[in-house]
Design a protein around this ligand. Structure first.
Ligand SMILES: CC(C)(COP(=O)(O)OP(=O)(O)OC[C@H]1O[C@@H](n2cnc3c(N)ncnc32)[C@H](O)[C@@H]1OP(=O)(O)O)[C@@H](O)C(=O)NCCC(=O)NCCS
Length: 296
């Protein structure tokens, strides 16, 4: 026998029509089933992705608003895949002019809470197990990134994913911005890696300029969370400059970078086939992005 999961939740409300409209305004149109009993009426809403919420009014339901301090129900948590999705729902609440709380960051995930017409708390929650990487990594130090001239020599440890072989002279002419990744620990600040970013035009308009970033962390400092933090810091710095789309591409086999990008809040978009030639042959790349949500 498998353990059950939640199939649906039915909320007691004071006006089923008003509530059904509110939930559909927020979540989109649902398939509706209306039912009535001798002392109650209910609208069951089912959205295309499987979410089922019912709203019921009992004749005995008082006109007062919901009170989460009473036994029975505190709030409804709606699962979002990533922190970015929680941020998008926050944007949507803003667009709809619906009041909501701040983006909450917990050690166990991200949340934004709104209240339905009866004051029932509806929380958009991403159960991602890690907090967005702040610059402080417990037991490691504080990560920062510092802009450096393009021609500054790069810090390099060997990596099969950067074993290029013969370089193409034209590729060397593409302008790159560079940052040093630094770690401050025990009062000392040391360089521990390199970041780069180059503009990538997806069209001729100013808004079509994305940035593709690259990273290398010195071998002794890998696997401590520094790569995730550094890429998050760079994505935020580029967004602060007005860049909407920050991309990173990495070998389909580079699990360390894929994990680091996910922790940094990037999302996987797909695979670029036969995209990169290195000394040992041609490789597929994964394309990841960190994008500022746009108004729907
Ligand atoms: C990829 C790279 C930038 C990541 O930086 P980092 O500081 O090591 O990254 P983090 O510590 O933040 O995250 C690495 C994650 O990969 C995991 N990892 C490391 N090696 C792994 C491996 N061989 N297989 C699976 N997971 C691995 C780590 O455990 C960690 O995940 P977790 O925190 O969920 O446990 C760094 O490893 C590096 O410089 N590699 C060589 C150059 C390179 O590949 N650059 C990217 C080219 S696109």
């Amino acid at each position: 026998m498998n353990g059950p999961t939640v199939h649906h939740v039915t909320l007691t409300v004071t006006d089923v029509q008003r509530s059904a409209e509110w939930y559909q305004l927020l979540l989109g149109p649902a398939a509706l089933v209306e039912r009535q009993g001798p002392t109650w009426e209910r609208i069951r809403m089912q959205w295309p992705w499987g979410l089922v919420i019912g709203v019921t009014r009992h004749d005995a339901t008082p006109a007062s608003s919901f009170d989460c301090t009473q036994p029975g129900f505190d709030h409804l948590g709606l699962a979002c895949a990533t922190e970015m999705d929680v941020r998008r729902w926050k944007e949507r609440l803003d667009e709809l002019g619906l009041e909501h709380g701040p983006l909450e960051t917990h050690s166990y995930g991200w949340a934004v809470t709104a209240r339905d017409p009866d004051g029932i708390a509806i929380e958009f929650f991403s159960p991602t197990a890690v907090a967005p990487p702040g610059p402080v990594i417990a037991g490691v130090g504080v990560v920062s990134i510092r802009s450096v001239p393009e021609d500054r020599s790069m810090l390099r440890s060997p990596s099969i994913y950067e074993d290029w072989g013969e370089m193409a002279p034209e590729a060397m002419t593409v302008r790159q911005e560079r940052w040093l990744v630094e770690l401050t620990a025990d009062g000392a600040t040391d360089p521990v890696g390199d970041l780069s970013a180059r503009a990538k035009w997806n069209g001729p308009t100013p808004g079509s300029r994305a940035y593709n970033i690259g990273i290398s962390i010195l071998a002794d400092f890998r696997g401590r969370g520094i790569g995730a933090v550094a890429q998050r810091l760079l994505a935020d710095e580029l967004h602060d400059r007005g860049v909407v789309r920050v991309e990173a591409s990495t070998d389909v086999g580079n699990v360390a970078e894929q994990r680091a990008l996910r922790k940094a809040g990037f999302e996987l978009e797909g695979v670029l086939r036969s995209a990169q030639a290195r000394r040992d042959g041609i490789h597929d790349l994964q394309l990841w992005s960190h994008v500022v949500p746009r108004p729907e």
